[in-house]
Design a protein. Structure first.
Length: 255
């Protein structure tokens, strides 16, 4: 995995995109390494949260145009499918993902940010779906936004290729928190460890459940969430937590 740096520390798995000379542009190696790392961390029982970050100046500028333009029609289709595989992978993960964004996150780099469950951004971040600026169509990068933004806002992003600053992105709910660049890593891991302290089964069911609920009819979604909640209440981990909370509420007394 030369294109990424994979780190496992306590309950947090970190994937650092590691092609700084090409601004973390997606090529075959980076796309495959990212997918392999995500799946590896998802299999690790000790890992509860996955953090994805880039370099100081670039999160990712998207698909490598140099590699893209050198292919014929069939090769291009196969290449793009590999570039977009991480959307499927993140969608099906049990572990929540946090994007830690510094500098430029554009085109498919923005798509990776949007695909993550949460995002912490530095004040200097620049975020946009810029494919139209080079004569291409960036619909794929916008797909994770379809439930949080109106069609008109998404269409404006796609058709103008406008790059947003961090504050504009936060107003559109693309990032959860904006911090000074010097505090980005600290604040990202503060959020990650906050989540990692929770019931692991509850974390995983929240991640899986939210992904599944998105395409359900309302009545089915209510029943599905009820089933998840009922199942969780009867797990040993949840029972222990509930007993502890109730005991504290009663002043340490338990029946």
């Amino acid at each position: 995995m030369d294109s990424i740096i994979l780190k496992k520390e306590a309950s947090i798995g970190t994937i650092t995109l590691n092609k700084p000379k090409q601004f973390n542009a997606f090529d075959i190696d980076l796309a495959n390494d990212l997918n392999d790392a995500l799946k590896e961390l998802d299999r690790e029982d000790s890992i509860k949260v996955i953090v994805i970050k880039g370099s100081k100046k670039y999160f990712s500028i998207g698909i490598s145009l140099e590699e893209l333009q050198s292919k014929n029609a069939q090769q291009t289709k196969e290449f793009v499918y590999i570039m977009n595989e991480f959307y499927h992978t993140i969608h099906h993960l049990k572990k929540p993902t946090i994007a830690s964004v510094n500098g430029y996150a554009v085109a498919n780099g923005a798509g990776l940010l949007f695909a993550c469950d949460l995002a912490v951004s530095s004040k200097s971040a620049k975020i946009g779906i810029t494919a139209i600026n080079v004569g291409l169509c960036g619909i794929g990068a916008s797909l994770p936004l379809r439930y949080s933004l109106s069609r008109k806002i998404i269409m404006e992003m796609l058709l103008t290729g406008k790059v947003l600053n961090a504050y504009q992105a936060k107003r559109m709910f693309m990032v959860n928190k904006i911090v000074d660049g010097k505090l980005l890593e600290e604040e990202t891991y503060k959020l990650a460890y906050n989540i990692a302290q929770k019931n692991q089964t509850a974390i995983e069911m929240t991640k899986i459940g939210m992904e599944n609920l998105m395409d359900m009819e309302f009545d089915k979604a209510v029943d599905y969430s009820s089933d998840l909640f009922s199942y969780l209440v009867n797990t040993n981990e949840a029972k222990s937590t509930l007993i502890e909370k109730i005991s504290k509420k009663r002043g340490g007394k338990s029946e």
